[in-house]
Ligand binder design. Structure first.
Ligand code: TMP
Length: 248
């Protein structure tokens, strides 16, 4: 019997990390708390912790079977995920298939414009600085990831995008864009970490054409579109159905 008392290692806006008896394993607790615009907007999305943990668990497990190394170990409870301990790289990697969000704001591209190729962008993971967009030269200047790591992250991001597009298309959902984070394990190996969920993706319902009604992700919370819980639950239902179909 282990006498380990879980210690809170880190609390973020949407998750809390706890130690376990094994120093190489951490427990992530997914909260219902929701924030947007660098925490200027705060609220809760009832049931979000369980839904996001479940969706992220299914997707990470599936990506692992497709050759993407991830931090996922197990989902012992609906809102808890056991993960491999990693050092998170301080960059947020965004992949876009369709123009939305900050890309439209910063470039004037019209929302909904289909991009000729997926766009991979790096943002600095620093709330105090407002997570600024980084150029390749700024990445090199800051020296937070090596040029080789930038290439490896870009390759993973594009592969993950192709796989996730395949998965969500089967759910009748368009993967507009998403944000992922990576970490390195004790051997320096890069693993996909954090979560993939309606908090971190833009997901549009293919069965609906109305630009607001089709939104199934955190933009419902960001833009006060209503029915946030229903949208998250609907994503979970479709993701679980697709996972079942894949295993059948
Ligand atoms: P953006 O258009 O606001 O740059 O967001 C791009 C994608 O990244 C979108 O799917 C939402 C996700 N995202 C996060 O997961 N966390 C964040 O802090 C931000 C700003 C975006």
């Amino acid at each position: 019997m282990s006498d380990h008392q879980p210690q809170k290692m880190y609390e973020g806006k949407a998750k809390i990390l706890y130690s376990t008896a094994d120093p190489e394993v951490l427990l992530t607790y997914f909260k219902d708390d929701a924030t947007a615009f660098n925490a200027q907007k705060k609220g809760t999305i009832s049931g979000k912790g369980e839904v996001n943990c479940t969706i992220a668990s299914v997707l990470l497990k599936w990506l692992e079977t497709k050759g993407i190394p991830t931090h996922f170990i197990d989902q012992p409870k609906p809102d808890e995920m056991l993960v491999k301990a990693v050092t998170i790289l301080p960059v947020e990697v965004v992949v876009r298939n369709i123009a939305a969000g900050s890309l439209c704001k910063q470039t004037g591209l019209e929302q909904g414009t289909v991009l000729p190729n997926p766009l991979v962008e790096f943002f600095l993971k620093d709330d105090d600085l407002g997570d600024p967009l980084l150029t390749r030269d700024r990445l090199a200047l800051l020296n937070i990831v090596t040029p080789e790591q930038v290439q490896e992250l870009t390759n993973y991001a594009l592969k993950i995008n192709a796989l996730m597009q395949e998965f969500f298309t089967s759910c009748d959902i368009t993967l507009v864009d998403f944000k992922i984070e990576f970490g390195t394990d004790k051997n320096g190996v890069i693993l996909l970490a954090d979560e993939i969920s309606p908090d971190t993706c833009r997901l549009w319902d293919n069965t609906i054409t109305d630009a607001n009604a089709r939104v199934m992700d955190k933009d419902r919370f960001r833009k006060d579109l209503g029915n946030v819980e229903d949208a998250y639950q609907a994503v979970q239902t479709r993701v679980l159905d697709q996972a079942k179909a894949l295993m059948a």
